[in-house]
Design a protein around this ligand. Structure first.
Ligand SMILES: [Mn+2]
Length: 339
């Protein structure tokens, strides 16, 4: 059923062309759709920030922003369907709304939400990837402009990390340090001819000068090009076959000093598939959920924004186990970001 719906969703996109609609008319219509989408996110962010202030304010409030984009995946497109599944699991009645160290998720000063960027709707209007990536960046900026909201982005495939990190560094006026947990380095110059591929996002981030340090943790599927690109950009790649040696260092990280803060990007496939089977690229030999918690919970640094990407609901178990795992990653990132 989920698979059938997924395919229908993807097929419902009509790529509008100049042959069917005059180009000036198409461009004008697209502009209206983009403006409407940004207006909805901007106004919701403004209202949620007003609510936080009315409740006494905070230093930082995590703010969910869904980016249901799956078409830059090289294999399956299911991550486009993840944001509503993650939200459902965050509030699932099988568990309570407290984080491990006692933050209350129902408190709007801790966690709020501005909804999703309407990715499919914009593609249906013929908007191309170059522009779509800019709309994702602009949506993130709409959230960051509303103090004290800090974006916690729900993917989507990993291609979204590029426009999100770009927006964060442009908004803050300088690079950040990035902690990137993933089975893959996602640093190909381009993949299958697509420079916006989910396997290339960190090449775009490094070229753009949006990160000072990039630490990649959980790596266990890396090619020669992946290692060469890593060296070229000065990336600190921590491969799983050395994890026993690296564990103590990684569980006591201190990042973000002298730059604009820390960005955390979690690809759900950093976890071993035993913990998170609902991903597009099953890669055995990964981190345990507690390994990830130790790394994230012990991290010293000011987390300015984060993402959780590559959860594929079409690959999940019938009881939605990976959805709960992705939701817990979001819950614990929220605990870490909110102050
Ligand atoms: Mn990955």
């Amino acid at each position: 059923m989920a698979n059938r719906l997924g395919k229908l969703g993807a097929r419902f996109v009509h790529r509008l062309g100049v042959d069917s609609v005059p180009s000036a008319q198409l461009a004008e219509g697209q502009n209206r759709v983009v403006e409407a989408s940004l207006t909805l996110i901007r106004e919701r962010a403004k209202l949620k920030a007003e609510l936080v202030r009315a409740l006494g304010g905070s230093i930082a409030t995590s703010c969910l922003l869904g980016v249901p984009l799956g078409h830059n995946s090289s294999f399956l497109q299911g991550p486009a369907f993840a944001p509503p599944r993650i939200r459902e699991a965050i509030w699932c009645g099988s568990t309570n709304s407290a984080t491990e160290k006692g933050k209350e998720l129902k408190d709007p000063k801790v966690l709020t939400d501005v909804g999703d960027v309407p990715v499919q709707e914009m593609r249906d209007c013929g908007i191309d990837d170059e522009r779509l990536m800019k709309i994702v960046s602009d949506s993130v900026k709409c959230v960051m402009e509303e103090i004290p909201l800090h974006p916690l982005v729900l993917g989507g495939d990993h291609s979204i990390s590029f426009p999100v990190v770009r927006a964060v560094s442009e908004h803050l006026g300088g690079p950040v340090d990035i902690l990137h947990l993933d089975a893959h380095p996602d640093i190909y110059h381009s993949f299958e001819g697509n420079k916006y591929s989910h396997a290339s996002s960190f090449a775009r981030i490094m070229e753009g000068g949006h990160a000072r340090r990039l630490l990649q943790v959980g790596i266990r599927s890396i090619t020669k090009e992946g290692r060469e690109q890593g060296k070229r950009f000065g990336v600190e790649q921590f491969e799983m076959h050395n994890f026993t040696r690296d564990r103590e260092f990684l569980e006591n990280l201190k990042l973000g000093e002298g730059v604009k803060g820390v960005y955390v990007s979690i690809d759900v496939d950093c976890l071993d598939p035993a913990f998170a089977p609902g991903v597009s690229h099953i890669e055995p030999g990964g981190l345990s959920f507690r390994d990830v918690m130790n790394i994230v919970q012990n991290l010293q640094g000011d987390i300015v924004a984060a993402d959780v990407v590559e959860f594929n609901p079409q690959r999940d178990t019938v009881d939605g186990m990976t959805g709960m795992v992705a939701a817990k990653l979001v819950r614990e990132l929220t605990a870490k970001m909110s102050k």
